[in-house]
Design a protein around this ligand. Sequence first.
Ligand code: KG4
Ligand code: ZN
Length: 386
Amino acid sequence: MTLILGLETSCDETAAAVVADGLTVRSNVIASQHRLHEKFGGVVPEIASRAHLERLHPTVTEALEIAKVTLADIDAVAVGNRPGLIGSLLVGVAAAKALAWSMNKPLIGVDHVRAHLYAGLMQAPAAAPQASPPPPATTTLSTDDPIHPGNREALFPALGLVVSGGHTSLYLLESPLAMTLLGRTIDDAVGEAYDKAAVILDLGYPGGPKLDKLARTVPDKAIPHEYRLPRTMLGSDSLDFSFSGLKTALLYKVRGYPVGRGEAAHFERSAADLTDLHKAQLAAAFQAAAVQTLLQKIQRALDLLASRGTPARSLLIGGGVSANSRLREEALSLGRSLGLVVKLPAMSLCLDNAAMIAGLAYEQLQRGLLADLTLPALATSDLRQG
Ligand code: KG4
Ligand code: ZN
């Protein structure tokens, strides 16, 4: 058995995890910084990197304790070294180097975006008891072990969709490590659009989960026609995304069109003028438009891969927005209608976490893709358009 300690500090979650054989999550500790950034309405990079410095050591200690192991039991140290906020990444990268060097164990640098897609291939960690029913889980290849090593090969080639605060991209995956970019957002990421929409609707930070929850209270048929928001598809065969128009359309529905010009331009209405019902209807209109856009692009990409003679054998979705209840339901329903396996991460593996880093690192370790003490922290992903 191979135990990997993963570290993740790319944005505003300080995370450490211990994963066995790339599949079994022994611990998955996430120290969120949300409260530090809340009053600013978004992540403040300088505050984030300082908080990582303070939190990383106790987070690693807790991850080892929960996994009931010591550093001596760890076979390799993995760290998300790209993409992300440079100051934040540097904290994790420096810590991982120090740990690997002092233990004389392999160091593995992992691309955060790739790792998000790997999360759906990992075993769901034991869930904490929940008051409300859990959202839809992943569909499985077989009724016994969904990620039985014998089944893994059968998932590829796969179509991958990463939906997070920084990314909205489609990939063709030949294996967990061989990924080609098919399309990406040309402006806002869908998670970013959710967060901005939540600010426009005055729902608080972080906005995605709050907007999702409110949107669920309104069925599609109860969304007034005048609240319908645009689905931006770009060119007829484009696999790129654009969410800034959706966000602006919501802004105008909430505040009306700006009055005046230049510096005197202002809105005469705000979210405070909306009734609770109208606010919920607008949230539902936003969610319907955002998720349907994602689903249509998935369908387009599946068609493209089929027309190239390389039909996808599964759909992998990852990133913070893969926690979205509607996206999960609609993706699973699309999978059922097409007979396509859909792999969604367990809820605890959707948002930024270190288990996915340790998971993908196992694949890299198997192939000898190791780093050394020159491993850089990089702001961008290594994934380019194919
Ligand atoms: O992957 P992630 O934790 O961080 C990045 O790598 O960006 O994704 C965070 C994003 C945020 O924009 C957050 O609002 C969004 O995921 N998010 C959601 C939901 N849960 C998190 N968006 C829509 N619905 C949700 N339930
Ligand atoms: Zn992420």
